[in-house]
Design a protein around this ligand. Structure first.
Ligand code: SF4
Ligand code: SF4
Length: 339
């Protein structure tokens, strides 16, 4: 594979303190899948042999459930000169003191960035006050801090209230707060009907129509130790995004020995809407709606059997162009040979 990923995301465990509706990994307090701690350290070492990777992200499930092991993993990655990021729901920040006690060891271990997730579905398990306390603690140590808020028509979350409570930190740039579409779980585990008609701005729709900035730039190891080609919400549910198992084989070998996949390269250069446009050029009846999230669009195109049949039938017409555009987008690559 000729991809040059810059980030390795480790979905350390499927266990979580929450069980948010539409969680893309089906996480919950009773979920069992997890990457063994020793294997996580091995994956960090193997990532060092992939020259393009410069960032390691720790996520889940809830990676803070790893406790001291998370601190050791961050320290290991930091010692190897990786940038480090952790993603959490903030359950641990039940007081200012508790928040600082959890963040300080991670800061000393070299944590560069903390991302907290919240919103209507998260706050049923983790009060938003904890997210604000966690963000304050991280920012006080100089850790880059981001808060991602679920956005959908069904949201009852007081985003303005959270922004107001952190206005001082948002104002000086030490905490960044953004709303991201919360999309239906591609694994079919979600209970609530989700829609985005009311939040579908022109800007969101245009973002969802562009190239995917994640695929083959960020690769992910799932709790079942499958390497996937992106970190998008549905990456575990879309077989075409699979790269291979790293349960028994080193990450760098799996990456370098895997074939270049047309669909992954196509998403990289044109996104799901680019594939849909190609299908529409062959099939005038094919209509691809506007989506608020590029990952939602990605599920729709990959699960459209008719569209995928057209892609397979006409792949020969496009593969050379996609491969050339993909190769041109990779540093120090002249050609790519898809299969
Ligand atoms: S906090 Fe995140 S990982 Fe945990 S259940 Fe909710 S969405 Fe899933
Ligand atoms: S658009 Fe598709 S390839 Fe890109 S991050 Fe989302 S699921 Fe992954």
């Amino acid at each position: 594979m000729l991809a040059r990923p810059h980030t390795l995301a480790l979905v350390t465990t499927r266990r979580c303190t929450a069980a948010c509706d539409h969680c893309c990994f089906g996480c919950s307090p009773t979920a069992q899948d997890a990457i063994p701690i020793e294997r996580l350290h091995g994956l960090i070492d193997e990532a060092k042999r992939v020259p393009s990777i410069h960032r390691i992200g720790f996520t889940g499930g809830e990676c803070f459930l790893l406790g001291r092991d998370l601190v050791a993993l961050v320290a290991h990655a930091h010692e190897l000169n990786f940038e480090t990021r952790a993603i959490t729901n903030g359950y641990w920040a039940h007081s200012e003191r508790a928040a600082r006690l959890r963040i300080e060891p991670l800061y000393l271990a070299g944590l560069d960035e903390l991302m907290l997730s919240t919103g209507t579905f998260h706050q049923r398990f983790v009060p938003v006050e904890r997210v604000a306390l966690g963000a304050r603690a991280a920012a006080s140590f100089g850790i880059r801090t981001r808060i991602s808020i679920e956005a959908c028509d069904q949201s009852e979350f007081d985003a303005a209230g959270l922004r107001a409570s952190l206005a001082d930190l948002a104002g000086d740039g030490s905490v960044c707060i953004a709303e991201e579409p919360w999309i239906p779980d591609a694994g079919g585990r979600g209970a609530s009907a989700l829609s985005h008609d009311g939040i579908l701005t022109r800007e969101l729709a245009e973002r969802a129509r562009g190239a995917c900035a994640q695929v083959l730039n960020v690769v992910t190891v799932t709790p079942r130790m499958q390497l996937t080609a992106c970190c998008g919400f549905p990456n575990e549910e879309l077989p075409e995004l699979g790269i291979g198992s790293v349960a028994e084989r080193p990450l760098d070998a799996v990456l370098s020995e895997s074939p270049n996949m047309l669909l992954q390269m196509w998403l990289h250069v044109a996104g799901p809407a680019g594939i849909a446009d190609f299908v529409a050029s062959k099939d005038r009846e094919f209509v691809f709606p506007a989506f608020a999230s590029i990952c939602h669009a990605c599920v729709a195109i990959q699960r459209d059997e008719r569209a995928m049949r057209f892609v397979v039938q006409h792949a020969g017409e496009i593969v050379g162009d996609i491969a050339a555009r993909f190769a041109a987008a990779q540093p120090q690559l002249a050609t790519a040979s898809p299969c």
